[in-house]
Ligand binder design. Structure first.
Ligand code: ADQ
Length: 460
């Protein structure tokens, strides 16, 4: 098995630390193989030496990229074109020919470097938007192996995609895979409609298109978490988390929690405004509830990310300025990453999980919040209708993240929800999170990827 992703996971991390990368790493260790990706440094040399490390039956291979590649491939095409475009934010897209050239250049280089390690019977699984054209470059080098792609972020509707000057090349790149996996039905429908309108692919079955001699499966594989592992983690609170919980219990104060990478797709300003609205429309909530938002900065070299950081700091400051008292700060806004073993008990000790992205592939935090709850006295998940997770988590309070007033009302509803309703909702959500977990995702994707291609005649 060969996994390719922009960054290579730490294969020595204990499975205790959880997370998606660990699930994939375990699957790789079981089968033996390679994990290939960029080493994360920006000062390398294009085509420079690979860093190869053997860990048991797995080889961890890291490639270098130059400062120019970092700017064009990583900051440029991946994070200033594809990320905003795929999150429906055309207003933030920065198309530049040099970015696309850099994207192609790095993908071609990765393909050349990886090809020398491949064996005939390998199965290759490529992850995420940084690497869409990888299969097409591998095919040009004569690779006939089964190659699958999984997109962790949303896939936009044809009209939006067509706004990108390189849309045809991107989709042609996808069609070089044997399996193209998405998080949601909406993403699948979006690619299928694009293929019907713009491409020469012919639909030969519900989930399969043929292109010349070959065919590609287009399907959804909703990603999950290691639910059992996260529940266990949530039950072991460190002393500092326990003290925080006790303090709130004594003061009779409840907590709303949000945890995200600081990203404009996560709907953070709208979320802070909704909390401010809750305080102004329900004055009895003053001093009775605190909003803890953890959002460490990412991709700070991209302008849109420093803009969102400034906007949030301003908003948190102004809401705190309006409502805070000497013994109560309404919003606690943390910029630093918090370790998973602290996050999990913090989720368990928070009465509302407030997860309201404007657009999100899945959103694993929503699933982690559910897994962390005490089933006897669970908190309530308030979830954006535009998170992939909302497609199945119907028992969350589903909100429109652009509608501040409605979000404030749903926060109030969550904070005042009777115990039996909380339990009933949590039970259904928990059933979903534990059955559709990371293992189920992995197995269903790999099953599809390793299946032989059936013979199909074109429909019609
Ligand atoms: P992300 O955009 O990173 O992932 P998400 O799925 O919510 O979004 O989070 C991934 C992981 O990072 C979670 O395990 C979470 O606990 C952790 N995390 C997030 N914020 C954190 C913080 N402030 N401190 C510590 N840990 C934090 C992309 C897509 C998602 C998709 C995932 C997986 O954007 O839509 O669900 O990939 O496919």
């Amino acid at each position: 098995m060969v996994i390719v992703s922009n960054r290579v996971a730490d294969l020595r991390a204990s499975s205790q630390s959880g997370g998606l990368a660990v699930g994939l790493a375990d699957a790789l260790k079981e089968r033996g193989g390679i994990w290939f990706g960029w080493n994360g440094e920006r000062e390398g040399v294009t085509g420079g030496d690979l860093n190869i490390e053997s860990i048991g039956s797995v080889e961890r291979i890291e490639a270098q990229i130059s400062p120019q590649d970092f700017s064009d491939y990583y900051l440029g095409y991946s994070n200033s074109v594809l990320w905003p475009l795929f999150h429906y934010r055309l207003d933030l897209v920065d198309f530049r020919p040099a970015y696309f050239e850099g994207y192609q250049r790095v993908n071609e280089m990765f393909a050349r470097q990886l090809a020398t390690f491949l064996r005939e019977d390998d199965v290759i699984w490529v992850h995420d938007y940084h690497l869409i054209p990888l299969a097409s470059f591998l095919r040009k080098l004569g690779c006939k192996q089964r190659i699958g792609f999984f997109l962790h972020i949303p896939f936009p509707p044809p009209d939006l995609l067509a706004a990108s000057p390189n849309h045809a090349e991107l989709v042609d790149g996808l069609l070089e895979y044997d399996v193209v996996g998405f998080q949601t039905k909406t993403d699948v429908v979006n690619l299928k409609s694009y293929l019907r309108e713009h491409a020469s692919a012919v639909q030969v079955a519900e989930d399969r298109f043929s292109i010349g001699e070959r065919s590609v499966v287009v399907d959804r594989f909703p990603i999950g978490i290691d639910a059992a592992g996260f529940t266990a983690l949530a039950k072991q609170a460190d002393e500092d988390v326990q003290v925080d919980l006790m303090r709130r219990r004594v003061l009779g104060r409840r907590q709303i929690i949000g945890v995200d990478r600081l990203d404009y797709s996560k709907g953070l300003p709208e979320r802070l405004k909704a909390f401010g609205k809750l305080l102004s429309t329900h004055p009895e909530m003053e001093k009775a509830v605190t909003f803890l938002q953890i959002a460490p900065p990412t991709r700070e070299e991209v302008d849109a990310y420093s803009d969102i950081r400034m906007e949030l700091e301003g908003l948190a400051g102004s809401i705190n300025g309006q409502f805070a008292d000497f013994n109560w700060t309404p919003i606690r806004y943390i910029h630093r990453p918090v370790a998973r073993d602290k996050l999990a008990p913090l989720f368990r000790g928070s009465q509302v999980g407030f997860i309201t992205p404007l657009r999100d592939g899945m959103n694993l935090v929503a699933k982690e919040y559910v897994a962390a709850q005490n089933p006897e006295d669970p908190g309530v998940l308030v979830l954006s209708q535009f998170a992939g997770a909302a497609e199945e988590m119907h028992d969350a309070l589903i909100v429109n993240p652009y509608d501040i007033d409605h979000m404030a009302e749903q926060l109030h509803r969550a904070l005042t929800m009777p115990l039996d309703e909380r339990r009933r909702r949590h039970e259904t959500l928990m059933h979903h999170v534990t059955t559709q977990d990371a293992q189920a995702w992995l197995q269903s994707y790999l099953k599809t990827l390793t299946q032989d291609e059936p013979e199909y005649g074109a429909v019609g």
